[in-house]
Ligand binder design. Sequence first.
Ligand SMILES: [Zn+2]
Ligand SMILES: [Zn+2]
Length: 159
Amino acid sequence: MEDSVRDQIRGFLASKGLRKTVQRDAIIEAAFSTDKHYSADELIAMSRSVEKSVSRATVYRTLAILVESGLLRELELGKGRKVYDPNFLDHPHHNHLICLDCQIILEFEDINMELLENCMAKRMGFTPANKQVRIEAHCDELRLLGVCRRSGHKAAAEA
Ligand SMILES: [Zn+2]
Ligand SMILES: [Zn+2]
């Protein structure tokens, strides 16, 4: 984790009157030491590998604080599945492709998309505050080859 990120988080926690604890520090360390998207359960496991005493309740509370601060984003995957995304600090304009077959999430970014989104919003009389494009898609590799190299998923055997 970069010091600038650590400073931003510290600043936010201090502004909320939250004191520094070993558990909260471990969760924050785990939350921003990866560029993968993770579920709350995965964050619990990651935090416990930093500090064994981390409780489930503290992870949920800290997640809510980090999402509220805007440092971490919550991504809804449908069917009640949620993951958390630590990559907006380094890549504030990235978008997601979510594979409906393999459940993988890919990130993409393109300056032309930025321009297009700004134009669209302006044309409708708005100034964009938060832009995100989400593509839900089916995996071509799984369909054509019967197996996806990215996820390791295999197509269900046909009846
Ligand atoms: Zn992301
Ligand atoms: Zn796939």
